[in-house]
Design a protein around this ligand. Structure first.
Ligand SMILES: [Zn+2]
Length: 143
């Protein structure tokens, strides 16, 4: 698998650890978008596109965030399903996000991360130029 294109959308909100959105094209023919570049305590890392996990309210069926204690639609207390046996003992940390697309081995993750971060640093350099234009959104119109 070759990453043939990377596009970066820099985010300037410094309140948050999110530094950029990015999309990658694989082998010139498959696009994955909404990867995120996060600034962590040990530097930048790439987060795969993810969705928030929701849990259905047993009374009204409304989808609440996993950590919600009360349903935001009907106000009843949310009863959390018992976690499967293999999860018991791993602490009370609840997963809030699930990856939509992700590498299945460390080597692939590494290649994606290197390509994305290299483009990210280039984009930050380019963003200093007065005629800088972000190419991230062009994508929708050009294909
Ligand atoms: Zn409800």
């Amino acid at each position: 698998m070759n990453i043939t294109e990377v596009r970066i959308k820099l985010v300037s909100d410094l309140e948050d650890r999110l530094r950029a959105f990015c999309l990658i094209t694989i082998d010139d023919e498959f696009v994955v978008r909404d990867l995120k570049i996060i600034e962590g305590p040990r530097g930048f890392f790439v987060a795969m596109p993810s969705r928030k996990i929701t849990e259905k309210c047993t009374s009204c069926g409304f989808k609440n965030e996993v950590r919600a204690r009360y349903c935001s639609n009907c106000g009843r207390q949310v009863t959390h399903p018992v976690p499967p046996a293999n999860v018991v003992g791993q602490g009370i940390r609840t997963r809030q996000f699930a990856d939509i697309a992700h590498p299945i081995n460390a080597d692939c993750r590494d290649r994606i991360e290197k390509a994305v971060l290299a483009s990210f640093h280039e984009e930050r350099e380019r963003a200093r130029q007065p005629d800088y234009v972000c190419r991230y959104d062009e994508f929708e119109n050009s294909r």
